[in-house]
Write a protein that binds this ligand. Structure first.
Ligand code: SF4
Length: 78
């Protein structure tokens, strides 16, 4: 699945939510989250993010790797 990392924090532009064909991008307190169970890996959200916060889980920059788990646990918690 695709993952939203640190650049989204306190930005939440939400352009991505308009592009996602399966509406699997959800709003958290300080950033948006992609539900890994619903994401169909289409890639539509990635280019529209103005802060380049979105990437496929295996291409998430090393510094932001915690966000792969963070995205997953967000949906376990709710
Ligand atoms: Fe939605 Fe596609 Fe982005 Fe997954 S990759 S979050 S399905 S727009």
């Amino acid at each position: 699945p695709y993952v939203i990392a640190s650049p989204c924090i306190d930005v939440m532009d939400k352009s991505c939510t308009e592009e996602c064909p399966v509406d699997c991008i959800y709003e958290g307190e300080r950033k948006l989250y992609i539900n890994p169970k619903e994401c169909i890996d289409c890639g539509a959200c990635e280019p529209v993010c103005p802060v380049e916060a979105i990437s496929q889980d295996r291409r998430v920059p090393a510094d932001d790797h915690a966000f792969v788990e963070d995205n997953r646990s967000f949906f376990v918690a709710v």
